[in-house]
Design a protein around this ligand. Structure first.
Ligand code: SF4
Length: 124
């Protein structure tokens, strides 16, 4: 998993995707690559910084804004979730991945969520 894929878990608004992955809703590596490629070539894709994030990320339309043709989702998170679908139906939901890949992605999401939780509680 690339550094940008790891970064999505730390961005606010990506918690839903991280939780979905932790619960086993993980797309396979090939599906993720195909979705990433489709999104990279889509005119709905925007580059923007999530609140609190230091680096910009790719989004489907404006961040957190849902329209008929874009969902406002952080793309690195959305494409990793098996049940997610493109609002333009350029790509659809896929079956959940199993095996080593799914365990690896799930573990990464868990680690990122634990880090977020630790940072939040350390700030108390
Ligand atoms: S999810 Fe669909 S509409 Fe959004 S950027 Fe990707 S391909 Fe485009």
């Amino acid at each position: 998993m690339s550094a940008s894929n790891v970064a999505w878990v730390g961005a606010r608004g990506a918690r839903t995707f991280a939780l979905a992955v932790i619960q086993g809703d993980v797309a396979g590596a090939r599906a993720i690559a195909a979705r990433r490629s489709a999104c990279l070539n889509c005119d709905a894709r925007t580059r923007a910084r999530a609140p609190g994030a230091s680096e910009p990320s790719d989004w489907c339309g404006d961040p957190f804004v849902e329209t008929e043709t874009s969902c406002g989702c952080l793309l690195a998170g959305k494409i990793a979730v098996a049940s997610e679908e493109c609002p333009r139906r350029i790509w659809l939901a896929v079956r959940r991945a199993r095996g080593r890949w799914a365990r690896r992605v799930t573990l990464l999401a868990e680690q990122m969520m634990n880090t977020q939780l630790k940072e939040a509680t350390d700030g108390d």
